[in-house]
Write a protein that binds this ligand. Structure first.
Ligand SMILES: [Zn+2]
Length: 271
């Protein structure tokens, strides 16, 4: 395993770096896209489209620009993804292997804003666009909350999925997908869905994915966020993340959505 990792790490030196400057940046904020050897041109093009589209959406909808330098690394398969998780995030080998098996992309805000995406695990254009948009949403959550956005994991993941869908819809990049219907359909077919009150921490989130499957877990969180959107629209989603850094998660939730998080969690059902 070590020898294989070393070979893969040496292979990574052959990366093609494409410096890519963020067009809406204020000051010296920059966005670097690193495309590892093995990622095909079409996938890279989809990633660039998603990045541009998501950043423009945040500028136009929320008046937000990236305030931190961001590097995005596209890798072609699970081995290179695992190695990138070790190299960039300092994960132990077993942690990186576990994460590489369970996720297609990972975003870190604190300690250097970085997104790593395994393009080899995203088998069509829509999945590539969606995953990149999802990770960009996490970057804005992280920035606006000063890295306190994960107090309620279901909310940060649900907002990332619900907004990724909204970004693609707004830009006309989806072909008639009714996301709510899609997510509810997945949940209805499943034997069970996770309760929101059991989706607060990182550990609980991963335990729920083991118990319910990732699609049902993400789908439940996304439908919960769409329920909040139905009540209040999309604007409060980032009122929550902007407020949390001063007031903490419970007052921020109340200010954004007009109800207590615990009450919402108790009464929520995905269908
Ligand atoms: Zn996520």
């Amino acid at each position: 395993m070590k020898a294989k990792s070393l070979i893969a790490a040496l292979g990574a030196c052959l990366w093609l770096f494409n410096p890519y400057f963020f067009p809406f940046a204020q000051g010296a904020t920059r966005l670097d896209l690193a495309v590892e050897h093995g990622v095909d041109n079409k996938s890279e093009a989809q990633a660039r489209l998603a990045i541009d589209t998501a950043i423009k959406f945040f500028q136009n909808t929320y008046g937000l620009a990236l305030e931190r330098d961001l590097q995005i690394i596209l890798v072609p398969n699970q081995d290179t993804y695992r190695n990138a998780l070790i190299r960039y995030y300092g994960l132990k080998d077993n942690e990186a292997r576990d994460l590489a098996e369970k996720t297609s992309g990972f975003s870190r805000g604190a300690l250097g804003a970085t997104i790593i995406v395994n393009m080899g695990n995203l088998h069509n254009s829509h999945a590539q666009l969606f995953c990149l948009c999802h990770e960009i949403v996490h970057q804005f959550q992280s920035q606006e909350s000063r890295d306190q956005h994960n107090s309620l994991r279901w909310l940060s993941e649900g907002v990332a999925d619900a907004l990724a869908a909204h970004i693609l819809e707004t830009a006309g990049l989806t072909r008639g997908i009714d996301y709510k219907n899609l997510w509810q359909g997945i949940i209805k077919k499943a034997p069970r869905w996770p309760r929101l009150e059991n989706l607060h921490t990182y550990k609980e989130w991963f335990a729920a994915m083991d118990d319910n499957g990732s699609q049902v877990t993400y789908g439940t969180a996304a439908v919960a966020v769409l329920t909040l959107v139905q009540w209040k629209g999309y604007r409060p989603l980032f009122v929550y993340f902007s407020t949390i850094k001063q007031s903490g998660p419970d007052p921020a939730f109340y200010q954004a959505f007009g109800t207590k998080a615990a009450d919402f969690e108790k009464q929520f059902s995905p269908y």
